[in-house]
Design a protein around this ligand. Structure first.
Ligand code: SAM
Length: 289
């Protein structure tokens, strides 16, 4: 169906962005959420879940690169990576760019998101779905981490929706306690923590919760155009100190060795280092160290 209608994002009651829709590609009510994928006039194809922008073809690289390359290069020896959510496949594809990753498990609650993204947003996941190192599980992330074995992963990436509805369990004490158990001694977890200019509570409350289960808690930022309101924050929690301050030269050497350097459009070693230098209005939401 070709239309020239507008879609308003419903994340905030009194403010938001809208897209001029060229063509609606899918509209499905799954058991978990309302899924809409459309061709926009400005951002390529766009996916909304329950009316909230999740991904656009035009700016997905910003968020996916920062959510993936930062923790893997900060860790330095990540072999086993757990991805929660991320049904579009973009994080999985970036994780598998790292040649020394041996296993990437992705747990997405909604099989319809995977199906529809593979059909209508194929470039985002690319051929990650067929990589022998990848295991894609349709299930609730909280169930997976609850049952997972100790020290079974080096990095956990939580690319979930916001802490409402099905995503809420991924921001709880139980989830972080399970994640801490699942992570090896040098392990770390990152997760999307919203846009603090509009969602400061999400960063403050979840950081305080993570601090109850991890000794080193922080955040870093990315400027994602369609996550409106300024910087998007990515929560960062580690078992070892210093992973949020790895020298640029070390990050660059690791990226070169891992085959990442020169294959990104937002992440760079310098930007990796700079992303942890937070403006006061964001830093003040974090637990005092
Ligand atoms: N990049 C987007 C953002 O930052 O808003 C998120 C992308 S991804 C589409 C979010 C995914 O998290 C959705 O596909 C949703 O189904 C999934 N999700 C939400 N709650 C989940 C849970 N409890 N377990 C696993 N996946 C979950």
């Amino acid at each position: 169906m070709t239309t020239d209608s507008w879609v308003n994002e419903t994340l905030y009651d009194a403010w938001g962005q809208r897209f001029l829709v060229r063509r609606e590609l899918a509209r499905v009510r799954s058991p978990f959420q309302d899924i809409m994928i459309f061709e926009s006039a400005t951002h390529g194809r766009v996916m909304l879940l329950d009316g909230v922008v999740q991904i656009t073809e035009r700016d997905e690289f910003v968020y996916q690169e920062m959510l993936t390359h930062v923790p893997l290069l900060a860790h330095g020896e990540a072999r086993r990576v757990l991805i929660i959510g991320a049904g579009d496949g973009g994080v999985l594809r970036r994780v598998l760019m790292h040649g020394d990753v041996e296993r990437a498990v992705m747990v997405e609650i909604d099989g319809e998101v995977i199906r529809l993204c593979r059909e209508h947003l194929p470039a985002i996941g690319g051929d990650a779905w067929n990589d022998p190192r990848a295991e894609v599980i349709v299930g609730d992330g909280i169930d997976y981490v609850r049952l997972g074995g100790p020290a079974s992963f080096d990095v956990i990436i939580v690319d979930s929706t916001d802490p409402i509805g099905v995503g809420e369990v991924l921001f709880t004490d139980e989830f972080y306690a399970s994640a801490a158990r699942l992570l090896s001694a040098g392990g770390l977890i990152v997760n999307q923590c919203g846009v603090p200019f509009m969602q400061a509570d999400e960063l403050r409350q979840t950081s305080a919760r993570r601090a109850r289960h991890f000794p080193y808690v922080g955040a870093y930022v990315a400027a994602v155009p369609t996550y409106v309101g300024g910087f998007m924050t990515l929560g960062f929690a580690a078992k070892q100190p210093g992973l949020d301050a790895i020298p640029r030269a070390t990050i660059e050497a690791r990226a070169r060795a891992g085959g990442i350097l020169g294959r990104t459009r937002y992440w760079t070693p310098a930007l990796h280092e700079a992303a942890f230098w937070l403006p006061p209005y964001i830093a003040e939401q974090l637990p005092s160290t």
